[in-house]
Design a protein around this ligand. Structure first.
Ligand SMILES: CC(C)(COP(=O)(O)OP(=O)(O)OC[C@H]1O[C@@H](n2cnc3c(N)ncnc32)[C@H](O)[C@@H]1OP(=O)(O)O)[C@@H](O)C(=O)NCCC(=O)NCCS
Length: 165
């Protein structure tokens, strides 16, 4: 069946919708260790970055933005320059329709074309959907930091994954 959404580059106009999806998870979920929505300035940095390997995408249909994925520098030191960290969020009302998969497929392809060598992702556990998405896109688990997060009154492990392009 043809997808009923498109994946395209994120623009400034998409920031309120991206921020709303993230803000909900920040306040109510454990996928991010933020506890408050992120500033408009922070979102602008993702959308505006022209560094090779920095990609910001949204999935959208006629109703608006359904989800987003972006890649950022893993760490600022120069020797990490060929490594990116990836992130993906889909609005709860649109999950399970292949949108995360489509966003990641395009994100990974664009990073590959830009010369990225390794993609890193950290998954706060448990997160069956994200674990499945990452393994199904070729990421492999490389280790787990135990109880590095505390949110919603519990300790949270973070499992790291990497994809070598
Ligand atoms: C993780 C997330 C991005 C997945 O996006 P999605 O659009 O719902 O996922 P898709 O429909 O593309 O499915 C991707 C894969 O995960 C599987 N999957 C989806 N939801 C699942 C669930 N609840 N449990 C187990 N597997 C699940 C699908 O079957 C599919 O597997 P396949 O590739 O082997 O066919 C989405 O659930 C989400 O935004 N969650 C909240 C934020 C979050 O956790 N972000 C990731 C931070 S690391």
């Amino acid at each position: 069946m043809a997808a009923d959404f498109v994946v395209r580059e994120a623009t400034h106009d998409d920031i309120p919708a991206m921020s709303a999806i993230y803000g909900r998870e920040a306040r109510e979920g454990h996928a991010t260790f933020d506890v408050e929505p992120r500033s408009h300035q922070a979102w602008s940095a993702y959308v505006e970055s022209r560094a090779p390997g920095d990609v910001a995408l949204v999935a959208a249909d006629a109703t608006g933005v359904l989800g987003y994925a972006y890649s950022t520098a893993y760490r600022p030191k120069p020797a990490y320059g060929h490594t990116r960290e990836s992130t993906v969020y889909v609005d709860p009302s649109a999950q399970g329709r292949g949108i995360g998969r489509a966003l990641y497929a395009e994100l990974i392809e664009r990073m590959r074309r830009a010369g990225v060598h390794v993609v890193v992702a950290g998954i706060a556990l448990p997160n069956d959907a994200s674990t499945r998405l990452h393994t199904s896109c070729g990421f492999t688990p490389v280790g787990t930091f135990r109880e590095v997060g505390r949110k919603l009154d519990r300790w949270i492990d973070v499992e790291f994954y990497q994809l070598t392009l």
